[in-house]
Design a protein around this ligand. Sequence first.
Ligand code: XMP
Length: 517
Amino acid sequence: TVLVVDFGAQYAQLIARRVREARVYSEIVPHSMPVAEMLAKNPKAIILSGGPSSVYADGAPAVERELFEAGVPVFGICYGFQAMALAMGGTVAHTGLREYGRTPMRVSQPGSTLFEGVPGGPSVWMSHGDSVSEAPEGFTVTADTDGAPVAAFECDERRLYGVQYHPEVLHSEHGQQVLEHFLYRGAGLAPSWTTSNVVEESVEAVRARVGSKKVICALSGGVDSAVAAALVQKAVGSQLTCVFVDHGLLRKGEAEQVEKDFVAATGVQLKVVDAQERFLTALAGVADPEQKRKIIGREFIRVFEQASREVVEEAGATGEPVEFLVQGTLYPDVVESGGGTGTANIKSHHNVGGLPEDMQFQLVEPLRRLFKDEVRMVGLELGLPPEIVWRQPFPGPGLGIRIVGEVTRERLELLREADAIARAELSAAGLDRDIWQCPVVLLADVRSVGVQGDGRTYGHPVVLRPVSSEDAMTADWSRVPYDVLAKISTRITNEVADVNRVVLDVTSKPPGTIEWE
Ligand code: XMP
């Protein structure tokens, strides 16, 4: 394990992901964890993340020197770099020079452990106030910038390395290479953490936990619950029963994907509950987004409770109680809910799959250690169809929060058609991997005048909201080529009755959220 010590910036998760992209297993720990406890985890290497802008900032946490003297290779990044400098006897100075954003850097030691093969002047992503002005004794300065006389240093003898910039962000040229140099050359690690190992270990862990008991799982149609269920199925086979609540707010073809493709790929026992009527009735007359979310969440839980009671009763008749519930919790959820750090809770979790607290099940969370991209890899390894594995994130409340206004059967039909066209054209243009997700929103309470054929129309606009993102916390609107947008617009206005206008949302997040409601 490589420990990534989180100093409270959002970069720690990114670093952990990059380490895993180098096929080395990593885990995030909070900086408040005592050094002895970190060392007790037997880390093969430790990476100190960025954090406050300076070691002299208010409340900036210090790093105990013993961390650097345990013989474990350490890589200090940004704040972690300054903390290492200070702990080892270097100097961090108030230079008054700040560097933020893209910065040209001079590599002065091109043959060093970190910079071997990196061209002399990469541009790197900086974010610091104070700077290291003198490296600790025994350390070689390997790079500098205009604002940072010591932009990187290393001490091979003690296996301590550091950089002032952020190699983990994509804007830093050769960032991944530098990180890999630390892991492979500095710490002597091998790239051995592979998807097939992950599957094997997870299957073993589920078997050990569940034994011969029965397990239940709510499938949402999304990637996470599908992969979690497929893993558990691989581990304990027919001890698992999946429940799929069709609330009628899914996109075109998605219910079929779960009922046919998923079952075909995994052989899982599936109980489908058709609750479309019930959800429509509960949503009748409701236009307020929060209200809609609450209703959908509440109904989902009721339907799932009823279905799970039936599963439990059937199992009870055979004398094998259902004791476990599968959840598709991912590593970022674990870290953000305090499992990893004191970082502010940025996004509250609102999964419709989030189940009632009074249910008497123990949780099985086979994806707790994985990031989203790793979950997809595991899904592919388990043989799930690409349509499921590469599905865009889709909110639990589904199309219910993509109709601005009351949700009705007719409006759902319209939106489903428009959404299917947008998805098909984006896929055909090969844009699936560039776009994080593209909500299509029906402005049901807005009408616009149009002319189609020879007549005036008075229909509704739909909004295209293509965004690019790495984690949905921030996002930018995607620059979809005009000809693709034109095709989508033409097809939607021609093929979807009552929609006479297609508009494009060009707002980043923040300030706009990804969904409209
Ligand atoms: P926002 O709209 O907050 O969305 O920028 C961020 C990400 O979360 C998804 N989302 C939801 N997912 N239940 C969910 O399970 C919800 O109520 C919900 N609201 C938004 C959204 O699709 C995006 O990926």
